[in-house]
Design a protein around this ligand. Sequence first.
Ligand SMILES: C[S@@+](CC[C@H](N)C(=O)[O-])C[C@H]1O[C@@H](n2cnc3c(N)ncnc32)[C@H](O)[C@@H]1O
Length: 404
Amino acid sequence: MRLHRNLCFAVIDGLTQIFNEDQYADRVIQQLLKRDKRWGSRDRAFVAETTYDIVRWKRLYAEIAEVKAPFDRDNLWRLFAVWATLKGIKLPDWKYFVDTPTRKIKGRFDELSKIRKFREAIPDWIDAVGLEELGEATWTKEIAMQNEQADVILRVNTLKTTKEKLQNILFDQNIETEFIKGYPYALKLKERANVFVTDAFKNGLFEVQDASSQLVADFLDVKPGMKVVDTCAGAGGKTLHIAALMQNKGQVIAMDIYESKLKKLKIRAKRNGVHNFDLRVIDSTKPIKKLHGKADRVLIDAPCSGLGVLRRNPDAKWKLEPEFLDKIRNTQQEVLQQYSKMVKSGGKLVYATCSVLPSENQKQVDKFLTSESGKEFTFVKDKKVLAHESGFDGFYMALLEKKQ
Ligand SMILES: C[S@@+](CC[C@H](N)C(=O)[O-])C[C@H]1O[C@@H](n2cnc3c(N)ncnc32)[C@H](O)[C@@H]1O
């Protein structure tokens, strides 16, 4: 592979924003890709993947390059040189790469690879939490998988098409996909491609949604005509899936504390041909109280550490803080306590997170079930999805039923 100057500069600029200006990697990369209209798909892939790679491996590369945050531009070029060397890419004779110690880099890599927190490039505290909660064997495999690049998975919008038809439409656009056993709405891309520019996407035939996340709507066991509340709907990944399973019949009430996210949901719903939804911003306890005892189904797709989706958000490793984890656990119990009140007798509740930590998952459910409001519910089943076992995002979902 030959390195091109303008693409490498884009990567360094992106890293500056992510590491030094505390911006989110996905947004920074989205912007970077707009920089030069002449860039083809390979150029864009280079910028995106290299930036993500260096973000993912920051701790390991910084240790090898002997640089410490905050990184100046020279430091970032040194991280880049480590990335290129370990990938076996020949460094050009640019001033940034003069005296790069290729042999030493490889030697340090071998040495550091013996220690998990360096090999997997994770902060000490995340390594300690993972170890404590999942145990050595599981955590070691899980964090390794969380550093792999995630596949691109689509969820077919069954309101508009079928999986088979969508596969053919995409094939005609040179996008090859395959079915995934056990995931009825999923198509996996055989090779990465920018699916957002296709007419199929613009016409709402699919959404990009990880396979594990696609299990949640089915878990909720929705039927056409029901009243369903999606309490932490965000931009509506699961709301849209729920609405499709309900064949646009009944009502899905999508709630979130952020109006801006619900506005995005509205745009996506239009594209998806979803009509049976209402949006409610949670700006007081009122919208919740109004629905006490009224919903057939309630989904709590709770805010969490995101420790199941590091493959998609590698910068979360550096942005997460132990205090946030404590705070979010409190929020999780609070939303379980409050939002469960919307379930009617005989109705069902799903609590889900994209974390692999039991303290955010089954322990929250156990705590809820032994509390005053939880006593009205029975535990039906749960599903713990680990990335290294499933090949998809780490996830948790529990199904509870309210007693008659
Ligand atoms: C895991 S994300 C939701 C993802 C979304 N359900 C989807 O499938 O695309 C969690 C959401 O909870 C929202 N949130 C955080 N605290 C909340 C609260 N107290 N009540 C309701 N929503 C909350 C966040 O804004 C965020 O959108």
